[in-house]
Design a protein around this ligand. Structure first.
Ligand code: NDP
Ligand code: 2IT
Length: 444
């Protein structure tokens, strides 16, 4: 058995009940096989892969808070500090009822390679809670965030671990978390990113993940003498990543005709009116269904199945494993040419293999959505310098980072004789920097 297969079996045996983590590890180890095989003895001797798949530390804690009815509520809180070879742990916090250790370990593991691809000095981490912000009052969200940070603040800091947003954690939550950190630790420092502009946030961070996804799409299309101009697209989700992917894609001449949330999807043949989506999602915190009531000519369909809408470009920007084999087959049958992942691991392994074998150019999330964390690292730089860059400066840096990531991924795939296999390219290019830093730092 090869070293990569052995380590995968060990991960499955030693981490029972963690299917998302197994899936993320499998994808990476399968890609790394060609690299490891060339130098297997050395990697084995240093137990590089065993170290790579074991988080440096996981903190798990109780989060008690009081709801508006006066009842005491208890949630689980976590921070997975996965790998600090190339910099302080960096990665988002997710608040969603589905959050568990498996999901946060998969996200933390992906983050290691993503952060490496950005070229910036950030290690991999992720955290969150099974708290559900939906339907909670602002006061309840604040009470939860304060209790969560009261415990988390012992383990993070501007030079040790810098959390940010993810599903269910946006500007409002980051504000409450930052306020409580400052109050307890007495430090005004860049301990979180995605902050508001009045207290150390960076221009363009809000837009960065979605814009970055489309900058990446544009690079892939350019390399194939194509462009988003006049193309039809479907963008899944209707949160932070989806909204700004739609904004940039529309600016580049693409027409987005469908979006969704966890209840159902909207179809608008005239092209999505993003002002309406922003009002529903960013202002009213409502459901995507309301779009069809407000925009004539659009329709709402309850449930899954957004992939049934014919498109050239599909950007999954909601959550893990949202696109399965049935969806993948439908997209291919309808002529979809590009899938660029805005979410983390939104495509199942089976669906990924299917689309890649059927001529779709597929860019995995760890490369395509890296613009968010890259801009978080730019926020950290600005905080350290006690300066702030203009929107144009940040956007230009983000654009260059995404171009650079495409080049690294494309080059690595070519170097290993698998041109256009961006999954392999992203995993190898991300791994190379991390493994070099791990080797240099000895057995730690
Ligand atoms: P938001 O909370 O802003 O939006 C999440 C969107 O995805 C909502 O439309 C939500 O619908 C939908 N969604 C969430 N969970 C599910 C589910 N279980 N089933 C169906 N739909 C679901 O999150 P973001 O936009 O920030 O994150 C979206 C994805 O992008 C995640 O995978 C995240 O990890 C990834 N990402 C985010 C980055 C960032 O900077 N924010 C950076 C890189 C990646 P509903 O409202 O119905 O729950
Ligand atoms: O998945 C991700 O890269 C994020 N949620 C953003 C992390 C960050 O630190 O900005």
């Amino acid at each position: 058995m090869s070293y990569t297969e052995e380590v995968y079996e060990r991960v499955v045996a030693q981490n029972p009940g963690e299917p998302e983590f197994h899936q993320a590890v499998k994808e990476v180890l399968d890609s790394l096989k060609v690299v490891i095989d060339k130098n297997e003895e050395e990697y084995r001797k240093l137990s590089i892969l065993e170290r790579l798949v074991e988080p440096e530390r996981i903190v798990s804690f109780r989060v008690p808070w009081v709801d508006d009815k006066g009842n005491v509520q208890i949630n689980k809180g976590y921070r997975v500090q996965f790998n600090s070879a190339i910099g302080p742990y960096k990665g988002g916090l997710r608040f969603h009822p589905s959050v568990n250790q498996s999901i946060l370990k998969f996200l933390g593991f992906e983050q290691i390679f993503k952060n490496s691809l950005t070229g910036l000095p950030i290690g991999g981490g992720k955290g969150g809670s099974n708290f559900d912000p939906k339907g909670k009052s602002d006061r309840e969200v604040m009470a939860f965030c304060q209790s969560f940070m009261t415990e988390l603040c012992k383990y993070i800091g501007a030079d040790t671990d810098v959390p940010a947003g993810d599903i269910g954690v946006g500007g409002r939550e980051i504000g409450y978390l930052f306020g409580q950190y400052k109050r307890i630790r007495g430090l005004y420092e860049g301990v979180l990113t995605g902050k508001g502009l009045t207290y150390g946030g960076s221009l363009i961070r809000t837009q960065a993940t979605g814009y970055g996804v489309v900058y990446m799409l544009n690079e892939i299309m350019k390399a194939h003498k194509d462009s988003p101009e006049g193309k039809t697209a479907v963008v899944t989700g209707s949160g932070n990543v989806a909204i700004y992917a739609v904004e940039k894609l529309t600016q580049l001449g693409g027409k987005v005709v469908a979006m969704n949330d966890s209840n159902g999807y909207i179809y608008d043949p005239n092209g999505i009116n993003l002002d309406v989506v922003k009002d529903i999602k960013e202002v009213k915190r409502g459901r995507i269904k309301e779009y069809a009531d407000r925009v004539p000519g659009s329709t709402y369909t309850e449930g899954k199945g957004i992939w049934n809408i014919k498109c050239d470009i599909y950007l999954p920007c909601a959550t893990q494993n949202e696109l399965d084999i049935d969806g993948a087959k439908t997209l291919v049958a309808n002529g979809c040419k590009y899938i660029v992942e805005g979410a983390n691991m939104p495509t199942t392994l089976e669906a990924t293999t299917y689309v890649m074998e059927n001529g779709v150019l597929f860019m995995p999330g760890k490369a395509a959505n890296a613009g968010g964390v890259a801009t978080s690292a730019l926020e950290m730089s600005q905080n350290s310098m006690r300066l702030s860059w203009t929107a144009e400066e940040v956007d230009e840096k983000l654009h260059n980072i995404m171009k650079d990531i495409f080049k690294k991924v494309d080059d690595a795939a070519k170097r290993y004789d698998m041109p256009e296999n961006y999954v392999v390219g992203a995993n190898i290019a991300g791994f190379e920097k991390v493994v070099d830093a791990m080797k240099a730092q000895g057995i730690v």
